[in-house]
Design a protein around this ligand. Structure first.
Ligand code: ADP
Ligand code: MG
Length: 419
C-alpha cells in the first residue's frame, strides 16, 4: 500500500525510516517533509489540513500517519474518518487531553490519576490572589498548545505574577492562554512514556528521557528537546507496571467511557516522585526527539502495529523491542531557541558507516544537491549500542564530522545516566 505521513521534523524522518523497512509499503509520501525524508520518500509541497485533505481526495492511500499535535487539535483525523481514509492518531475530542491542560487536569482528578495539585483560572486578579498563599517554586501553565513554551516555573511570587500577566493579560500565547493551570512543583526524575493504544488495549514502549533545557547541566530555557536516550537506566519494570496501572489503563478506560476512545500514541510526561509516578502532562502523539530513539529499538513491523491500533486488535500482536540502548543528540542553529538564521549549508551528512548510526533530519531543506538549515532544531544524530555509553559514543563520534555555521549541541546528553 501507499501511505502519507504528515509533518516535517526529526520524528517524521524517523517514522519514514522505519516504515521504509516494511515490505507491505510501496510508496511513502510526506507532507511537507524535509531533506531527510526527501531521500527516502516523496515530499509533497503542502502542509495545511485543507491542502492535505484535497490531495487525499485525488490520491488514494492505505494509511495516513499524523505526526504533530496541531493537526490533531484541528481534527484532521475526524476529517479523514469521514472520507473513510484509515488514519493513525486520536480524534479531536480524544486528543483534547493534550490540547487543553485544564481539561487534562480535571480529567485526571476525576479518574483518580496521580498528578500535581492544581487550580485553574481565567481571571488575573483571582489567580494573583491564589498564589499569595502558595509555596514556591510554583508552576504556571497556559492551557492550550504553545509550542512547548507555555510553562513557567516561577521561583517567587514576582515571577509568578509576571507569568500570569503575560499569559492572561498580554496574551503572549494568544488564545492558548485564555486559561491557566497553577500547580504544585514536583520533585523527582522526569521520564517520557509512550503507549500504542487501540481504544481498549495498549502496549507500552521502553522508558525514555528527553533533555529539554538548551544548555549543559540543564541550564537555560526549555526547548523542543536537545536529545533523548532509551531505555532509561534505573527505571524498573515495577515502575513501568505502576505507570501502566495507575496512568495508562485508567486514562484509556475513562476516555472510552466518555465516548472518545483513544487510538494512537498516548505519551504522558511522568515525574517519578517519592510518592510514586505522577503525570506532568499528556501528549497524544509520538514524541520528538523520543521517536528517533524508539524507531532504532523497535524490532516489529511498525505498519502492522499502526493498522492494529486503528482496527482495535492490538491484543493479537506481540511487539518486540531490541535489548540495546539508543541515543539521539540534537544539533541546533546558533541562537536557538531564541533568534537564529536559516540557510546555512550542512556538511558531513554522509558520515554514518553502519546501520547503528543514523542522522535524522529536522529543520533541513534540499536545494539542488546541497542540504541547508531551515529551522532551529536541524539534525538528530542517533546511535545504537549494547549499552547507553556505547550508543552515546556512536552519536558523539558521528556528530564530530558534521558542521554548519553556528551549529551547537549539548555535550552531556545521557551522561548523568551512564553507569
Ligand atoms: N508540576 C511540575 N513540577 C515540576 N516540573 C514541571 C511541572 N510541570 C511541568 N514541569 C516541567 O516543565 C516542562 C514542560 O511542562 P509540560 O507540562 O510538559 O508542558 P509542555 O510540554 O506543553 O511545554 C516539563 O517537561 C517539566 O520539566
Ligand atoms: Mg511536555
Amino acid at each position: 500500500m501507499d501511505i502519507l505521513i504528515v509533518g516535517e521534523g526529526g520524528r517524521e524522518h524517523a517514522l519514514v525510516w522505519k516504515l521504509k523497512q516494511s515490505p507491505k509499503i510501496k510508496k511513502i509520501f510526506v507532507a511537507p517533509g524535509n531533506a531527510g525524508t526527501a531521500q527516502l520518500a516523496t515530499n509533497l509541497p503542502i502542509s495545511s489540513t485543507t491542502e492535505i485533505i484535497q490531495w487525499l481526495k485525488e490520491n488514494r492511500v492505505g494509511l495516513v500517519l499524523v505526526g504533530p499535535d496541531n493537526y490533531l487539535a484541528e481534527g484532521i483525523v475526524d476529517k479523514l474518518h469521514k472520507l473513510k481514509i484509515p488514519a493513525f492518531g486520536p480524534t479531536k475530542k480524544a486528543s483534547r487531553i493534550e490540547w487543553s491542560k485544564v481539561f487534562a487536569k480535571n480529567f485526571m482528578k476525576e479518574a483518580g490519576i496521580p498528578t500535581a495539585r492544581y487550580k485553574t483560572f481565567r481571571n488575573l486578579d483571582q489567580a494573583k490572589k491564589y498564589i499569595r498563599h502558595q509555596t514556591f517554586p510554583l508552576v504556571i501553565k497556559a492551557s492550550g498548545l504553545a509550542f512547548g513554551k507555555g510553562v513557567i516555573i516561577a521561583g517567587d511570587i514576582k515571577e509568578a505574577e509576571e507569568a500570569l500577566k503575560d499569559i492572561l493579560n498580554k496574551k503572549v500565547f494568544g488564545d492558548a492562554g485564555n486559561e491557566v493551570v497553577i500547580e504544585e512543583y514536583l520533585e523527582g526524575r522526569e521520564i517520557s512514556v509512550h503507549a500504542f493504544c487501540d481504544g481498549n488495549d495498549f502496549a507500552l514502549f521502553p522508558s525514555s528521557k528527553d533533555h529539554k533545557r538548551a544548555f549543559e547541566k540543564d541550564a537555560g530555557p526549555n526547548t523542543g528537546g536537545m536529545g533523548t536516550i532509551a531505555p532509561v537506566p534505573g527505571v524498573t519494570r515495577k515502575q513501568m507496571q505502576e505507570i501502566s496501572e495507575k496512568v495508562i489503563r485508567p486514562t484509556l478506560d475513562s476516555l472510552r467511557k466518555q465516548g472518545s476512545p483513544f487510538k494512537g500514541i498516548l505519551f504522558p510526561g511522568i515525574m517519578l516522585t517519592k510518592e510514586g509516578p505522577k503525570v506532568i502532562e499528556f501528549n497524544a502523539r509520538f514524541g520528538d526527539p523520543e521517536t528517533q530513539v524508539y524507531m532504532l529499538l523497535l524490532k516489529s513491523d511498525l505498519l502492522d502495529i499502526l493498522l492494529a491500533c486503528i482496527k482495535g486488535d492490538l491484543k493479537k500482536h506481540t511487539i518486540k523491542w531490541s535489548k540495546n540502548s539508543a541515543s539521539c543528540v540534537v544539533c541546533v542553529s546558533g541562537g536557538y531557541p531564541s533568534n537564529y538564521v536559516r540557510g546555512k549549508v550542512i556538511r558531513g551528512l554522509n558520515t554514518p558507516k553502519n546501520k547503528n548510526e543514523v542522522i535524522f533530519h529536522a529543520g533541513t531543506k534540499l536545494v539542488g544537491n546541497k542540504v541547508f538549515t531551515n529551522g532551529g532544531r536541524i539534525l538528530g544524530v542517533a546511535g545504537v549500542g549494547r549499552n547507553l555509553s556505547k550508543a552515546l559514543l556512536k552519536s558523539y563520534t558521528v556528530i564530530k564530522s558534521i558542521s554548519f555555521d553556528g551549529m551547537r549541541y549539548r555535550k552531556d546528553i545521557g551522561s548523568s545516566l551512564v553507569r
